[in-house]
Design a binder for this molecule. Structure first.
Ligand code: AVJ
Length: 327
């Protein structure tokens, strides 16, 4: 645990609970050796990938971010009411976003616990929040929340109950089965009576979803292809990025968007001294983004022993914010 004080601001405590298990290298080698090549979506977010994702959030076709912000702004009082006072507010991913600030400002949590896989992102976001909210207690945790997680014991703050805020429809990166398991983990973390406020993208027309994940300016394509550039930079790979193309589509039967990197040619690629062959049209599966109707997600939540308390959507029914209580 380390302490850092940013001038005139609150104290931020940093904890690192990253388990040095499977690394980027392990996951890439295993993913490229598989009969159906795939790499986990969490590896999109190096510095450049995080910047590209921020650019995606501003795209006209990418409705989720602005829609979720509008829902939060419109209903923040009700959301704060279900969260209650003196909560320990845990947030998965992000940190300094508009949504987080709004919630902290209104809910005034006794303790704010941002969790992020990127220590750099976490430090930047926490420093900014400590300056914005000098009264705020921040215990920032570097962790991979796609794996089972146990938080350090935090002392010295009155906590009536724990709440988790998980915005951005990041839950969509899990399959429904994985999402249920993840939510069981959240249940264990917050305990009975704890609250989960979670942003979930809604099912909608294929044309809208296809455009959101394959925008006209090619920013999402760049975001997806950056994964290959990252492998080249960090793992000494020799991907010729121009020999791959971004492919993204909504599969209504599966209820999710799939993103792939498609090989345009037959080609050989090397990573860390290992050789991988690609056939023309062969893809690396890089992401799924699951979409749920309100009732589908409530049913999933019940399977993880969460009771649906309230749900807020936008007038066009693009996005949902659920408040769920651990029972
Ligand atoms: C950050 C996982 C919510 O699935 O919409 C955006 C990531 N991928 N465009 C999403 C993403 C392509 C995003 N999440």
């Amino acid at each position: 645990m380390t302490l850092a004080r940013s001038d005139g601001a609150g104290v931020v405590r940093y904890y690192n609970v990253l388990v040095e298990g499977r690394s980027f290298l392990d996951d890439v080698l295993a993913g490229l050796a598989a009969p159906r090549k795939a790499i986990p979506a969490k590896y999109f977010y190096d510095w450049r990938g995080s910047k590209l994702f921020e650019a995606i959030c501003e795209l006209p076709e990418y409705y989720p971010t602005r829609t979720e912000i509008a829902i939060m702004q419109r209903h923040v009082d009700e959301i704060v009411r279900v969260l209650g006072r003196d909560t320990q507010l845990v947030e998965y991913g992000s940190g300094a976003s508009v949504k987080t600030r709004l919630l902290i400002e209104r809910a005034r949590p006794s303790l704010y616990v941002p969790i992020d896989i990127s220590e750099q992102q976490l430090r930047n976001a926490s420093t900014e929040l400590a300056q914005l909210f000098p009264w705020l207690n921040i215990n920032a945790v570097v962790a991979d929340f796609t794996r089972p997680l146990k938080l350090p014991e935090f002392v010295g703050v009155p906590i009536r109950r724990k709440a988790v805020y998980f915005p951005g429809s990041t839950i969509g990166n899990f399959t429904p089965d994985e999402a249920r398991e993840f939510m069981k983990g959240v249940h264990g973390l917050i305990g009975t009576g704890g609250m989960l406020v979670i942003g979930v993208d809604l099912k909608k027309d294929k044309s809208v979803l296809d455009a959101a994940y394959d925008d006209s300016r090619g920013v999402t394509a760049e975001f997806n292809l950056n994964l290959l550039a990252r492998i080249n930079r960090e793992l000494g790979g020799d991907f010729q990025v121009k020999r791959f193309r971004h492919k993204a589509f909504y599969d209504p039967a599966k209820g999710w968007v799939e993103m792939h990197l498609e090989s345009l040619y037959q080609q050989l690629v090397h990573v860390a001294g290992r050789r991988f062959e690609f056939m023309p049209g062969e893809t690396i599966h890089t992401e799924i983004s699951c979409k749920y109707t309100v009732t589908e997600f409530q049913d999933l939540a019940r399977g993880a022993r969460f009771h649906p308390e309230q749900v807020w959507t936008d007038p066009a029914n693009l996005f949902a914010v659920h408040a769920l209580m651990a029972v």
